[in-house]
Write a protein that binds this ligand. Structure first.
Ligand code: SAM
Length: 331
């Protein structure tokens, strides 16, 4: 049953924000830039990105995060684009790590520049990191992303060394391109605390519109009976998680197409240009830029009103076309 629209119930030390479908919204994805070091085949558009000068400032992100924490957000993930392209990324992490009520501060990165930054990020207060790695073959990785696999591997080593644990590795599968690498990816979870996750291709840019390229994660799970289901590590996590006897890391499947998780979605996104997007798979957005010039109460009011409008779920299966790529929205 749907809750009252916009109901705010008290909870210890603050409030919680419940949308009209009864979902408690606790997770903010903050996209700090649309700029990226890579050109992943399933992600990038070549033009129309928010220029650096139009990106929100370090202080804007701090205010938004602070106000969101007061509204019940307790987890923040920094993403983009590539968050490490922001020159002030360590300072942004430092700021957000001081906000009362934020229990977890994480990042998604392509790890091209992680090896040299992991220690500073950890020291600034980053809790853990997700790393995208779409192939374990250097040549194929280059073809798919334009980047260097060796840099990603160095970034993984350093993230493990400094303790950004568990390090999660994300692979987006494209049928006939990298789907034969699933078991190689899973093998990485054997001897190190690496959680590996296989993600279904979403229709967020041109390539993803071709549904014949989507690999059904449920088929992958069914073909691997040695995967033992375990509860997710974190509330509201979208993945179906598994362990394998003798493995240090876990295996997760994120299946927005064939095992949708909208009914438990607890997240909203704020983009680097100040747009608030309550649902990845719905083009509805509201700008926070004007509200940033006003009081915290005004900012809170617009965030609350927008979150109440969070749609029930995406419509990926019926030809939804995102106006923006994941790099613009923040993956
Ligand atoms: N630059 C960072 C990175 O590469 O991880 C963060 C941004 S990236 C847009 C975040 C995540 O979105 C990545 O794991 C990427 O693989 C995923 N992603 C982008 N487009 C996607 C699509 N069409 N379907 C599924 N996942 C996608």
């Amino acid at each position: 049953m749907a809750a009252d629209p916009g109901t705010l119930f008290g909870r210890a030390g603050g409030k919680s924000m419940i949308d009209r479908f009864g979902r408690t919204i606790q997770y903010l994805r903050l996209s700090v830039t649309e700029r990226c070091t890579l050109r992943c085949v399933y992600c990038r558009k070549e033009e129309g990105f928010c220029p650096k000068a139009a990106e929100l400032s370090r202080n804007d992100f701090f205010r938004i995060a602070q106000v969101c924490a007061q509204l019940g957000i307790n987890r923040i993930r920094l993403t983009g684009g590539e968050p490490l392209l922001r020159r002030d990324i360590v300072e942004i992490v430092e700021d957000l790590a001081t906000i009362p009520g934020i229990e977890e501060l994480t990042m998604t990165s392509n790890a091209q520049m992680l090896a040299e930054n992991a220690a500073r990020l950890k020291k600034a207060g980053l809790t853990r990191i997700n790393i995208s790695i779409d192939s374990l073959d250097a040549k194929k990785y280059k073809e798919l992303t334009g980047g260097e696999l060796s840099a990603v591997l160095a970034g993984i080593d350093e993230a493990l060394r400094v303790g950004l644990l568990p390090v999660k590795l994300n692979m987006v599968l494209i049928k006939g391109v990298n789907d034969e690498e699933v078991d190689d990816l899973i093998a990485l979870a054997k001897e190190r605390p690496l959680d590996v996750r296989i993600i279904e291709l979403m229709p967020m840019a041109e390539l993803g519109q071709d549904r014949s390229l989507v690999v059904n994660n449920q088929d992958l799970i069914a073909a691997r009976p040695y995967l033992k289901p375990v509860p997710s590590r974190y509330a509201g996590q979208p993945s179906q998680d598994f362990t394998i006897d003798g493995y240090l890391g876990r295996v997760g499947f994120i299946s927005p197409i064939y095992h949708r998780f909208c009914s438990t979605c607890n997240r909203v996104r704020v983009m680097s240009d100040g747009m608030l997007r309550p649902c990845l798979g719905n083009n509805m957005e509201v700008s926070l830029k004007n509200a940033l010039l006003k009081s915290d109460e005004d900012l809170k009011a617009i965030i609350r009103e927008t979150i109440v409008q969070k749609p029930a779920g995406h419509h990926f299966e019926t030809g939804f076309e995102s106006h923006k790529s994941m790099a613009e929205i923040g993956g």
